[in-house]
Every structure is written in structure tokens, then in C-alpha cells.
Design a binder for this molecule. Structure first.
Ligand SMILES: [Zn+2]
Length: 344
């Protein structure tokens, strides 16, 4: 069997059928060295703005791009007094901001003010619950759950949380990592969940990985209860760091990111799937990580996500994130993550 990914030409936009203009050419996998060379096209239709891979890897072959994906690697656990302080600040913040106050002490609520001193930290904590408040609590499906971190986190906060991933290795890891975690394996439509099964659906950095995002969102719409919530995050193709690093931008991630959205393209996809009530904003979460990745790709053509990050590099990256915080105040499209919160 060949290691090469079978791919087909994809000259047209899947959202509007518009023609694609060649944006970048000769892109290779910069993270995990999957074989192949890829182009990215940008829809030329005014008001669309979708970007996509051309050629497009075939669905049956895409698993080859995930052979050594990061969801297969365990992150080292931190300990000590700093870790305890971070944990207390997180509990307090989530109680203050999202209502997860059960068992949270006054001291922890005060510690929950500390993240506001640290640029980018509130965005990371908002992301850690996918902006889902306690009031919406019920049955939750995390679509594209990877290693299951969000499922475990939301279960701990009282949700009946389940995960789904199409990567068997990721599902296996998630199950091994936390006993009692409910993880489904395969495509979303394959699961045949009954109508109105879930109170909330999270899609954290997964829509850019699927071949038919509109059908996928429509399936999410079908299995949500009326009034149920969709919380979605995806790389923002209009972000400050994409504008700065162009073809070296970390989040292009060929050939795993099949398409990249801006606000207008995501809005079209959501509406077509049935979501008429939604709001979008961008978030500076992981602007520091995206900066380090993009810088390494520009310098060396690749980035090792598991390599240790020297203190100076981390500091510089936090300064870049701070700049993105400031930029976002006058340019709401500047954040690295595009977030959509929709209600059925
Ligand atoms: Zn288009």
C-alpha cells in the first residue's frame, strides 16, 4: 500500500460554487510530514471568502494525514504550588464568568480575578468550556473530541458529556486516559443519534477537518434539542497572524485543514445548515502558540509541537498575543480563533 494520499482536483468553492483563485502553492505538511504537495485556493466571490485545499484528499485516505497527530501524544502533567494556584484561579474564573460555582470557595472566586492580569488567559479559560455556561447544562456532545480533554472537563463540571472522533487512535487514547469517558468513533452521521438528542454540541477545531461542513453542521442541527446550543471554534483566516505570516501561518496545516473560514464563510455554512440565530466573534486564544508555530515554519519549514519552548520564546509569544489583544479592540476580526455560538 502506498503512503501517498489519494486526492482529487477541487477548483470550485463548496459553499457558493464560485471560482477559486490560487492563494498559495507548493505547501507541504509542516507538522507531521504527511506526504504530498498542496495548494490553497481562495473563493473570489465577494461576500464568501472560503479557503480550501486543492487537490482535496479523498475521504477514504485522509486517515494517513493523522498517523502521528498531536492528539496521540500525552502532554506532561504539571505540579507544585503554581499549578495549584492556576487550578484555583481557573475554578474561580469559571464560577465568576460561567456560573460553575458548586463547591467554589470565596478565596477561589477572588483567585478567579487573577486571569484578567495575564493577557490571553481569559480567552483560554473561555475556550476550556467552549463558552458554555452552567445554565445550559445537560447532555453534551463534543464533535472532534481528539484526546477527550473537553469531555473530561465538562463532565467534571456536571455535564453529561460524550465525545466523538473519526480517528480511532485518538478515541483509544481518550478511553485509556480517563475511565468512564463516553467516546464514539466514526463520522457524525454514522452515529444515527435520534433527533433532539443533545442540549449542546461543541465543535472545537474540527469543522476545518471535515469534507462536507454544511452537511456536518446540518446533522448537528438535527440532533440538537430545540433551544440547544452549538459552540464552534475554528482558525480565523482573517486573523492578524495569517495576515502577517501568509503561507507560513501555522493554522493552514495542510493537508489536515481542508478548508479555512472567515466570518462570512462560516455565517453562510451555519445558515445553510439551519442555524439562523448565532453570533460570531474572534478570540486571541493560542495566538502565542500560533506565533511560535508560524515563526518556526517561516524559518525552518516545519514546527515540532512537542519540542520544549524556551522561556524567552514564550515571553515574546505572549507579547505577540498581547498585541493581538490590543489589535482586537479596534479590529474585531484580528483574533486567531473564529468562534460561533448558535442556538437551534
Ligand atoms: Zn465561495
Amino acid at each position: 500500500m502506498s503512503d501517498a494520499l489519494v486526492a482529487r482536483p477541487a477548483p470550485r468553492c463548496m459553499l457558493c460554487g464560485g471560482e477559486g483563485r490560487l492563494l498559495y502553492d507548493g505547501l507541504r505538511d509542516r507538522l507531521f510530514s504527511a506526504p504530498g504537495e498542496w495548494s490553497l485556493r481562495l473563493c473570489t466571490d465577494r461576500g464568501c471568502g472560503l479557503m480550501w485545499l486543492d487537490p482535496m484528499p479523498e475521504e477514504a485516505d485522509i486517515h494517513k494525514a493523522y498517523a502521528s497527530y498531536y492528539t496521540h501524544v500525552e502532554a506532561p502533567a504539571r505540579g507544585g504550588a503554581m499549578a495549584r494556584l492556576f487550578a484555583a484561579a481557573k475554578r474561580g474564573y469559571l464560577a465568576n464568568q460561567f456560573g460553575y460555582g458548586e463547591g467554589v470557595s470565596i478565596a477561589e472566586r477572588l483567585a478567579g480575578l487573577l486571569p484578567w492580569l495575564y493577557p490571553g488567559r481569559p480567552a483560554e479559560l473561555d475556550f476550556s468550556v467552549m463558552w458554555l455556561a452552567r445554565g445550559a447544562r445537560g447532555r453534551l456532545l463534543d464533535v472532534g473530541a481528539g484526546s477527550g480533554w473537553l469531555v473530561a472537563q465538562m463532565q467534571a463540571l456536571g455535564w453529561r458529556a460524550e465525545g466523538l472522533d473519526f480517528d480511532p487512535a485518538a478515541v483509544e487514547r481518550a478511553r485509556a486516559r480517563a475511565r468512564g469517558l463516553t467516546m464514539h468513533c466514526g463520522a457524525l452521521a454514522e452515529q444515527r443519534f435520534p433527533d433532539a438528542s443533545f442540549d449542546a454540541i461543541a465543535m472545537s477545531h474540527s469543522i476545518e477537518h471535515v469534507h462536507d461542513p454544511v452537511a456536518w453542521l446540518a446533522e448537528a442541527y438535527r440532533i440538537l434539542c430545540p433551544g440547544g446550543r452549538l459552540a464552534l471554534a475554528t482558525p480565523n483566516s482573517a486573523s492578524m497572524l495569517h495576515r502577517r505570516f501568509r503561507e507560513h501561518w501555522f493554522a493552514l496545516d495542510p493537508p489536515r485543514h481542508l478548508q479555512l473560514f472567515n466570518r462570512a464563510a462560516l455565517d453562510t455554512a451555519l445558515r445553510r445548515a439551519g442555524f439562523t440565530r448565532q453570533r460570531q466573534f474572534t478570540s486571541v486564544r493560542d495566538a502565542d502558540g500560533a506565533y511560535l508555530g508560524s515563526r518556526a515554519i517561516r524559518r525552518r519549514g516545519r514546527f515540532d509541537m512537542t519540542a520544549p519552548r524556551p522561556a524567552l520564546a514564550r515571553f515574546v509569544a505572549r507579547m505577540v498575543q498581547l498585541r493581538e489583544v490590543a489589535r482586537s479592540a479596534r479590529d474585531p476580526d484580528a483574533g486567531e480563533d473564529l468562534v460561533a455560538l448558535a442556538v437551534k
